[in-house]
Design a protein around this ligand. Structure first.
Ligand code: ACO
Length: 362
């Protein structure tokens, strides 16, 4: 029995490679630091999906079709009722996605890429009592998400920052939500079912639910001078520091620096609260020192969620929406893995060891 399946290899993939010792992430043969800042969301989606669907996926075709699909998917926003609007945004978004048809083809994949990008901004606006903003098919996915969220065209720096985020988190080996997607795909249930399972796995605080609590932590710390004392007390209470630690990385998560870099153009143009960045850097330094002291045998470094929190906050997403934005970016990875599993894998069906009572009569 391998608790948490740590170090268990459960799939072969051509999609991404996570090197936990070197702190390196490769997506389809390209190092993350070469992709971020150069590739858009559409470039990365085409990179991940090409060869896995029933038709070739090119960037220009994907971009045009995705825009039109956002408009089509928007018609489902009217299904949002009072009960859904009371749910956390990621749950409301998941409920709307559950209405979409299942399938394995390019059309289904496209619909699933468009759906979270349209539903999340709509849910957030409805929850604030504002009318949803219809998509603009001619915009890129990142520009349109921000336009639907804030009812106005975003700045160039904001679009670039969201692209950088979506590219950074597009795929990451066999993380918990991607594994969930592959398990469902291995039964041939369809891509919509895979994505729904993956969203369920993503939202937990040990996976994609961490960045909201990162902001809560920064606010609770308050000032740079209070960082050390606050963090020591949190660890004394047995709490985990959100945005630190990773199952695979034994060094700094390369995605953290990609996102830190993506924040710079926003900071340089005054589109970020500089005090918050300074506080975050102080908390990061203090946390790394304390974790090293407390857990000398377990290298614990900053993970992707720490700078995700700062970047998504700078883009004016409310913290309760952070997991939903993660889902927007990771859906392409879930779909690519699900297709890879359907095409090349077998039914995933591990064994368990029975450790319960054994009655004579049984
Ligand atoms: N703060 C304090 N201590 C920690 C932290 C942390 N963030 N992370 C791990 N530890 C400690 C554990 O308490 C444990 O100590 P112990 O052996 O004395 O009990 C030891 O390090 C090993 O922890 P595990 O739970 O075995 O590590 P695992 O690989 O299962 O956990 C995880 C990885 C879930 C990410 C963990 O580091 C964590 O809870 N981090 C905080 C939440 C977070 O940031 N999640 C986002 C991860 S990135 C992503 O999913 C996109």
């Amino acid at each position: 029995m391998n608790n948490g399946l740590e170090d268990v290899v459960a799939a072969e993939t051509r999609l991404s490679d996570v090197d936990g010792e070197a702190g390196r992430l490769i997506i389809r043969g390209i190092s993350l630091d070469r992709l971020v800042g150069r590739a858009t969301y559409e470039d990365t989606a085409a990179l991940l999906l090409d060869g896995l669907l029933d038709r070739p996926v090119t960037v220009s075709d994907l971009k045009a079709r995705l825009g039109r699909m956002r408009a089509e998917v928007f018609t489902h926003v009217q299904a949002m009722d009072e009960a859904l609007s009371k749910l956390p945004p990621v749950d409301a978004m998941r409920a709307l996605i559950a209405r979409l048809p299942d399938g394995e083809d390019f059309e289904t994949a496209l619909r699933l890429l468009a759906a979270p990008a349209v539903f999340l901004p709509a849910v957030l606006r409805l929850q604030k009592g504002e009318a949803p903003v219809a998509p603009t098919p001619a915009l890129s996915q990142s520009a349109d998400i921000l336009a639907m969220l804030n009812a106005g065209l975003p700045s160039r720096e904001q679009v670039a920052a969201l692209d950088a985020y979506l590219v950074t988190i597009s795929d990451h080996g066999l993380n918990a939500s991607t594994f969930a997607s592959r398990v469902v795909a291995s039964t041939r249930a369809g891509l919509t079912s895979s994505v729904l399972a993956a969203i369920g796995a993503l939202k937990g605080p040990l996976h994609g639910g961490a960045p909201g609590p990162v902001l809560d932590m920064l606010e609770a710390v308050g000032t740079e001078a209070d960082a050390k004392v606050w963090l020591v007390r949190a660890l004394d209470r047995g709490e985990r520091l959100m945005g630190f630690g990773h199952r695979v990385y034994r060094v700094r998560d390369p995605r953290a620096d990609a996102l830190k870099g993506a924040l710079k153009p926003l900071t340089a143009t005054g589109q970020v609260d500089r005090d918050r960045i300074r506080l975050a850097e102080a908390v990061e330094q203090a946390a790394l020192a304390i974790l090293k002291e407390r857990k000398p045998d377990r290298p614990l470094d900053v993970n992707v969620e720490f700078y995700t929190a700062l970047l998504l906050d700078a883009l004016k997403f409310p913290r309760e929406a952070f997991t939903g934005v993660f889902a927007i970016g990771r859906t392409v990875g879930w779909i690519a893995h699900a297709r890879e599993q359907s095409l090349e894998g077998r039914l995933i069906r591990p064994r368990s060891v029975y450790v319960g009572p054994m009655h004579q009569a049984a």
